[in-house]
Design a protein around this ligand. Structure first.
Ligand SMILES: C[S@@+](CC[C@H](N)C(=O)[O-])C[C@H]1O[C@@H](n2cnc3c(N)ncnc32)[C@H](O)[C@@H]1O
Length: 207
């Protein structure tokens, strides 16, 4: 497994692996939101800039722990983004956001299944501080199905060691944010379900 992990840490390899699914994964986000109204994006665990293109002309900050991904994203995307755009090397478990980094669109695409329960709790709690009152957090993540089958096998084989059952995701997200949408969906190839996913859209919890 560590061999696959090492290979996927190269931006081009990761992009090739993700290419057939990257856009489909974002469908629930595109379907339920008007990105033209977004002011500032915080993309947590942004990878090699997989999702940055859909936010062209929007103020954008991407964080990722992998310096190779960040260097690649900066080189290929930052200068022609059309608005301020920064990719920053950051271990999000150690991220203490400044109020100046306030965002109305926080995206976490396929990130939290890499993070253990304790750090997930800390990260989501800190992100409350940078979500604007009128903004939303958008989380897409890998679901561990109860039933034996291809989606469960692939979830188990993923680089991320913390795919969670649907109800556990619901509990985690709702603890920190007021739910607006909680939508399970599947990624398929040739009609065969490969990955079970969930899309969560939430608002800041009011005290
Ligand atoms: C499955 S990839 C998803 C990347 C991107 N969001 C996408 O949609 O393609 C998970 C990302 O989380 C990053 N990551 C894992 N642990 C991290 C941490 N502690 N801090 C920041 N990034 C982390 C990895 O480097 C990787 O880019």
């Amino acid at each position: 497994m560590s061999g696959i992990r090492d290979i996927l840490s190269f931006p081009k390899v990761y992009q090739l692996w993700q290419a057939p699914f990257a856009h489909r994964k974002l469908q629930p986000v595109l379907q339920h939101n008007d990105l033209a109204t977004v002011r500032r994006v915080l993309d947590v665990g942004c990878g090699p800039g997989t999702n940055a293109r859909i936010f062209r002309n929007r103020d954008y900050l991407g964080l990722d722990i992998n310096p190779r991904y960040i260097a690649h994203a900066t080189r290929s995307l930052a200068s022609n983004h059309g608005a301020p755009c920064e990719f920053r090397v950051q271990d999000v478990c150690e991220y203490y956001p400044e109020k100046t980094e306030l965002a109305d669109f926080i995206l976490m695409n396929s990130f939290l299944h890499h993070i253990d329960d304790e750090n997930t709790d800390r990260i989501l709690s800190r992100l409350q501080n940078v979500l604007s009152d009128d903004g939303h957090i958008h989380i897409l993540d890998l679901v561990l199905p109860d039933k034996v089958g291809i989606p469960r096998l692939l979830a188990r084989l993923d680089r991320g060691e913390h795919p969670r059952p649907l109800e556990q995701w619901r509990e985690i997200f709702s603890k920190h944010f007021t739910p607006v949408l909680f939508e399970p969906f599947q990624l398929k190839a040739l009609g065969i379900p490969l990955w079970n996913m969930v899309y969560f859209k939430g608002k800041k919890r009011q005290p």
